[in-house]
Design a protein around this ligand. Sequence first.
Ligand SMILES: [Zn+2]
Length: 183
Amino acid sequence: MISTIKKNIDPLTVSQRLELNFCPRCGHALQDAFVFNRQRRVCPACGLVVFRDHKVAAAVVVANTDGEVLLIKRAGNPRRGYWGLPAGFVDFDETPAEAAVRECHEETGLQVGTVKLLTVTAGHAHQRGANIIIVYEGLDVNGTLSPADDALDACFFPLDALPPLAFSSIRQILMTWREHRPA
Ligand SMILES: [Zn+2]
C-alpha cells in the first residue's frame, strides 16, 4: 500500500465554514464555550458539544492499458466544464473505498474491481468541496464508458495531453500516481 499525507489546510477558510446556530440534538440555541482546549459551540440545554468535522471525499485514478487516465467533465459548479477525477463525498454509511467505487460507477459507468490507496490530500479547492480527499488507484476495471450523474463526459487522456483541469490538486494527484506506477 502506498500512502503519503499532504497537509495544506487553510485555517481561515476552514473557520469560515458555516457554524451551527441550533443544537442538532434538541433544537436549543447553541452558545460558545471553551471546552476541550478550544472555543466550540455547545448546547446549554442538553450538553452537546459540537465537534466540527472535515468533509471527506473519495476519488479514484483509473488507467487504461495505454496508461491514459480516466477523467470526468464536471457537470456541477464550481468549475463546470473542467475536468477532474471521478470523486464524491463519502456517505455516512460507507467506507472511503466503497465511495470511490460507487462514484466511479455513477459518473463513468465503469466498475472498479479493487482499489489501492494512493494518497490523501488535505486542503480546500472550493467552499462547497471536501477538505480531505482519500485517493485510490482503481484496478480490475470493467464496463463501458457512459458518463452520467455529476459528469457531462468521461474520457481517457494521456498524461502529456490533459484537458483543462478543474483544480490544481488533480494534477498533483496524477503526478503522484505516475511516480508510484510500476515501470
Ligand atoms: Zn441540545
